[in-house]
Design a protein around this ligand. Structure first.
Ligand code: SF4
Length: 154
């Protein structure tokens, strides 16, 4: 059996606070730029609605939850629906509660301050992925992936 080295990142879907916006954008950047091919993001609303592949993944692969604020919606939903998460993170712990509960913003409103905040969250998430499955090595590149039955690699 070949090992599939991937980590699922589950971001809260908060639209009411800046923390939710920061966690979503940073997660996307880890997936697309920092650790492409080694991470998948899981859609929290689909997961909550019972998406089978999403639940299969969270039950069988390491997961990181990243929440905007102390309410920790993604963490609590994941633990309730699929068991223990590997690492739980919150924007409020990283950047402070004031930043986390600031007004939400859109991608069009990004400025240098927001970029710095996103970068801090992105780096912390990337380090968490590396802690869990190690840094990318040549072996990872040449190891063929063989997903378990019923699962497609995202
Ligand atoms: S963790 Fe906070 S920001 Fe995220 S969805 Fe829940 S209340 Fe909203």
């Amino acid at each position: 059996m070949l090992e599939v080295k991937k980590v699922g990142i589950i971001s809260c879907s908060g639209e009411e606070f800046a923390g939710g916006c920061l966690s979503r954008i940073a997660s996307r950047r880890v997936l697309e730029s920092s650790r492409p091919g080694r991470t998948v993001t899981i859609c929290l609303p689909l997961f909550l609605a019972g998406g089978e592949e999403e639940r299969y993944f969270t039950q069988n692969f390491p997961t990181i939850t990243i929440d905007g604020c102390e309410k920790r919606c993604a963490f609590r939903a994941t633990e309730r629906l699929s068991g223990k998460v590997t690492k739980a993170m919150t924007v409020s712990e990283m950047l402070g509660q004031d930043v986390a509960i600031d007004a939400p913003f859109s991608q069009r409103q990004l400025n240098s301050e927001r970029e710095k905040q996103i970068e801090k969250v992105r780096i912390a998430l990337t380090e968490a992925v590396d802690e869990i499955i190690g840094k990318t090595s040549e072996e990872d590149v040449i190891t063929p992936l063989n997903p378990p039955p019923g699962m497609r690699l995202l």
